[in-house]
Ligand binder design. Sequence first.
Ligand code: DC
Length: 219
Amino acid sequence: MGFNVAIDGPAGAGKSTIAKLVAKEKGFIYVDTGAMYRAIALHLLRKGVTPDEKDRFAAECADADVTIRYVDGVQQVLLNGENVSGLIRTEEVGNMASSSSVDKDVRAKLLDLQRNLAKENDVVMDGRDIGTNILPNADVKVYLTASVEERATRRFKELTEKGQECDFEKIKADIKERDERDMNREIAPLKQAEDAVLIDSSDMTIEEVKDAICKLICK
Ligand code: DC
């Protein structure tokens, strides 16, 4: 069994940025489980499935095989052998991932992949149900959050810096909607594990959050 660090939290809390830095400092691998859900979402979108067509999720993702590999330490996600890492970072795919991840077959598809990675490696794994469901015996569990206002501000800045036009109020509304869905779904909803350390990053720098998590890791 590897040393397992689980980081859960809502969209835009900075999980992936922080998890990558922690993994680098500790020499662990970073496992981005959201990317796996996004790959399945891309598969569904390519088949013309829309986020409200819940009845189609299970059948249409039956032929989706998601695997990952590491290139220079960076996780690449493969969908039926195609490297889709550069195609899954859009709001459309993110929203579809939030919708399709409520489905039990979609979740079941990714469970073994995630658990096996944690069994064989020292990992920092981020997602929504890592500490509560995927790795209930993780050595360190963190619930990383920030206010909706702060998360929307960060996402707005990120998109604006990339030169993408966007509307702050729309981003905020999307984040609220995503929280609502991720926290209230039936299977493996986003919630803080009882033994997770709560970190609210609203008024913290990236460095401060990274250091706070690294201090929890006795390895
Ligand atoms: O972290 P992200 O934005 O890449 O995740 C996209 C969606 O995938 C998220 O809104 C819910 C789903 N997800 C999940 O249900 N469980 C995980 N462990 C990771 C992501």
